[in-house]
Design a binder for this molecule. Structure first.
Ligand code: CMC
Length: 428
């Protein structure tokens, strides 16, 4: 028998269907509520709103579970690679040998940017934030594929996906080179995705960057751990834009803008800056923790807390371990790692953080790894964006495959009631 919820409003009872997901998550389907009752629901910040059904990622924030297409993040982190995981997320399955080769070939075929794109890079000031460049250039790249505006599905989706995934890495590296006044380094078709990115970031025209396997592995892991995270701010933005039937590049460019903020992807940069500030001040973290608890200080313990996880973020556990391993292998002794560990221990004992269920999130240790492998701090959020691209692409695909209407939330208006125009001489 179909389960329903009953709602009593103004003495009348309404039946609303219950929707159940494959992991027994339950929702009350209120899509007919306004038609039936004249009421809408109000959920500022969407903390309790399911905005779509999705088959990509499952999170249980209470238990600290994260799975892509059903596979636990811990297994993928240990055994897989970013490109395999991108295929899993976008195409719905881990690739077999042939599929993996074809997908990698597609990435290689699409890794170059049109030469005219170089002029766009020239227009940015040297101090431009690479997230601004990334977003603008993803949009600009769409102009070189006019079919995106007319017949955006002329190519198969996997071709489109590969085009975006390949180009975003080239754009990101070029953005960095531009910001440092360095010449652009073209991709090397013999290198795999993450190694190729490091090559474009750090090689010189007359000297190739030495690719250390532990560095490539660490960055690949960071990309993999960021590959999707269900309906967060940027992914929900991508879906919102996609629902207007905007093209894939435009939707992803919007995702980059949403990700940039310090409460979202920008937190990885903010964490490192916080650790540097603590270090410079000679604080062991205690003063900063006290400030983070004081609502008037304007400070938060960056890299702590999550809308969904009320338990340790499973990605943070993996990153913390990887951080220790990479620093040991590279013989780096970073005082910021000691401060981070101390902060974590102190926060996890502190009733303020315990009561609010605030645990380290993915951004808490990722910056220390990125710093160790030479990624400059202003590029941290760009790394998140490259990693998140498969998730945005897969969510875009779901929206396009679903005949849902344009996303269009409602509001409760709290502004002035009817008011009339006054001429300028009569205004106070
Ligand atoms: N430091 C100090 N207090 C905090 C923190 C923090 N990092 N995070 C939450 N709180 C407090 C907050 O002040 C509030 O207290 P009270 O109930 O007394 O008013 C309570 O905890 C609940 O916080 P909230 O802001 O209502 O929680 P939210 O779900 O809206 O925000 C968050 C989630 C991630 C934006 C927030 O925890 C935060 O600002 N964290 C720091 C930024 C950060 O690390 N962001 C990265 C998130 S993970 C990567 C990603 O997917 O984007």
């Amino acid at each position: 028998m179909e389960k329903t919820a009953e709602l009593i409003l103004d003495g009348k009872t309404y039946k609303l269907p219950i929707v159940e997901g494959t992991e027994q998550e339950r929702a009350i389907d209120i899509s007919s509520l306004r038609n039936q009752t004249g009421y809408i629901t109000l959920d500022d910040g969407y903390g309790n709103t399911g905005s779509c059904k999705s088959q990509i990622t499952f999170i249980d924030g209470e238990k600290g579970i994260l799975r892509y297409r059903g596979i636990p993040i811990e297994e993928l982190a240990e055994k897989s690679t970013f490109i395999e995981v991108a295929h899993l997320i976008i195409m719905g399955k881990l690739p077999n040998n042939t599929e993996l080769r074809q997908f990698s070939d597609l990435l290689t075929q699409n890794e170059l940017l049109d030469e005219a794109m170089k002029h766009h890079f020239e227009g940015f000031p040297a101090h431009a934030h690479p997230m601004a460049i990334l977003s603008a250039m993803i949009n600009a790249a769409s102009c070189f594929h006019p079919e995106l505006l007319t017949d955006q599905f002329r190519d198969s989706f996997v071709v489109q996906a590969a085009r975006l995934l390949a180009k975003v890495r080239t754009i990101a590296a070029f953005a960095y080179r531009k910001s440092r006044g360095l010449p652009a380094i073209y991709p090397n078709p013999d290198l795999k995705y993450t190694a190729n990115f490091l090559h474009m970031m750090f090689s010189l025209p007359n000297r190739d960057y030495e690719l250390k396997p532990e560095v490539v592995k660490a960055l690949d892991l960071i990309f993999l751990l960021h590959a999707d995270h269900e309906q967060n701010c940027s992914t929900a933005t991508v879906r919102m834009v996609a629902s207007s039937r905007a093209n894939l590049f435009a939707s992803a460019a919007a995702g980059v803008c949403a990700l940039w903020g310090p409460l979202h992807g920008g937190a990885n940069q903010a964490v490192l800056e916080m650790l540097q500030e603590i270090h410079k001040a000679g604080d062991d973290g205690s003063r900063f923790i006290a400030a983070a608890k004081d609502k008037n200080s304007g400070k938060r313990l960056m890299g702590f807390g999550h809308r969904v996880y009320k338990n340790y973020d499973p990605r943070a556990k993996i990153i913390k371990k990887a951080c220790d391993e990479v620093l040991t292998k590279l013989h780096i002794n970073d005082p910021l790692l000691d401060i981070a560990k101390h902060l974590e221990e102190a926060a996890l004992r502190d009733p303020y953080f315990v009561e609010r269920k605030l645990y380290p999130n993915v951004d808490f240790y990722s910056g220390i790894i990125m710093r160790a492998i030479g990624i400059p701090v202003e590029m941290f959020t760009v790394m998140f964006a490259i990693g998140r691209m498969p998730g945005w692409i897969a969510n875009y695909k779901e929206v396009m495959e679903d005949p849902t209407r344009i996303y269009r939330p409602r509001q409760i208006y709290t502004g002035a009631t009817l008011n009339h125009y006054s001429s300028v001489k009569d205004r106070k």
